[in-house]
Design a protein around this ligand. Sequence first.
Ligand SMILES: [Zn+2]
Length: 329
Amino acid sequence: MENLTVNFFEKIPDQILTCLPNELYRLLQGPALFFLPGKKSGPPLFISTLIHGNEPSGFLALQRLWQEEGFILDRPLLLFLGNIRAAQINERYLADGPDFNRIWGEGPCASLPLVSDVITKIQKYKPIFAVDLHNTSGLNPPYSALSVLRPLELSLAQAFSLIAVHYSEPNTTLSHKLTSFCPSIAVECGKNTDPLSHQKAYQFIKICLKIDQLSLLPNSSLQIYESLMRIYIPPGSSLSFNPAHSANFNFISDLDKFNFKDVPVGTIIGKCEKKFLLLDDNKKDHFDYYFKLIKNEIMVIKNFIPSLLTINPESALQDCLGYIMTQKF
Ligand SMILES: [Zn+2]
């Protein structure tokens, strides 16, 4: 694994205004943290994006804002452009490096200079709040992901979307780490190739730049789901979303249509030769509670609400196939 470090800048190179996400690495040579003054003084807004290299909405939204308004936005901005080496090849993360959204907790990555340097700088600048912008590889409505359900996070979540997901695991995300310093949420803007996702990110960043103080909005209209389990494909397995292909796991080609819907008992979601893993936060497997294999077909035997189901084989194998949730309130 490369010894990951971060470069700090107080100016944005002009080429960033027009470069593609896959050209950032050539410009910046690695993960980059920027502090940019704003029209108003005061604590900065912290934004992170491209934590996953194939999730460009946050960067494209900022680029559009800079093109329209110049580099001095309404308030100071502390900006982290994460895995731009993976962005170079449009991947979530690199085969020889970590997933940048799994390095911010306890564990072997905690000693990376990247982690300690970024956190030290964020502590120094004391952001008013933090937003980590992501995309999904499957169809999902825009929603926020919260590791804590404090009033300020809920208020921020509501400003993005009326759908929010609370999670406990993974506890190594950047957004979770930042909850110790300031209100912090991650937002899933929608599919990474959909221009509407970039538009959603753009609108939300504009809202965030205007917020002087997070008000305690009544959260009655926010639908909150609780993430319970993750679906893992056993390592070394082959996976396809094309029924004509032969693979150890062959899911229906439009599996992501079920995201945030109630999947009824009797639904067939694909075929497989052996069970996949459905693990809760304690790594306990729940496959047999929700699914049954009937002549290799995977049938739902207990209804559930999924999120982040992907139809991208690389995403499913690199991270997970998706999450199973319950509606909290
Ligand atoms: Zn992501």
